[in-house]
Design a protein around this ligand. Sequence first.
Ligand code: FE2
Length: 267
Amino acid sequence: MIIAQISDTHIALDTPDAEQRARDLEAAIADINGLDPLPDAIIHTGDIVQNGRPDEYALVSRILARARAPIYVATGNKDDRGNLRAAFSPWGYLEPGADFINYAIETHPVRLIAVDSKNLNSNKGDFCVERAERLIKLIDAEKTKPIAIFNHHPPFEVMVGPHPLNFETPEMMERLRRTLRHSNRVVAVFSGHVHRGTAGHVADIPASVMPCIATNLRKGEYPASMQSSPVYHLHRFEPACGFITEARVVRSRALAPAETPALAVAE
Ligand SMILES: [Fe+2]
């Protein structure tokens, strides 16, 4: 099974760099569409849009609709749960009416479970008792397959940035870490939020963070030739060794007619 991960697209309509952010996402989707073999799934680990607005989600939806693999989304601190749900409910996997954006995808050899770590009071993450109970239910709903978790805030201390703790309190992060260890079937955790690539662990579970797709918001040092090239992650699962992660640099390529830039399309 192959999973392509994108994150932190921060799509906006009225910032000076709005067109660049849309182009970065379009380029990443075009690159993923050109992979052979295609990934089985694409996960978006949150901060899909900048301001949580319906018109921002409308633009994202138009771009993501061009992907040739199914896309599953997690909520980030910049996302609005109600507007995210309204935009992506037609895609058929979000639980109608639920407050948190938590769900499991059962159609692949590795189960995908989206975890909602949004905090209404802070850009840092939250993971409350109710979310822990919901995650345990999702984990326990199937007892044979390995599980990949995807969420926005990394559940480990990130030592390469200014803020090692990306949850509001250490207790919140520890609650998530404990819940992830509820079963030995969780084999990987994929996150975003810190806008740079890094990796850590939850006990013996490997956890990784990908850089943000929006190139002008990306942190870390990149050569000048890569400044306008988004980077995304490909995670390949092998039963014998788990996930192997590869960072892929998007190279500009001619867009197919169906992939013409979406920002100018006003429908
Ligand atoms: Fe972000």
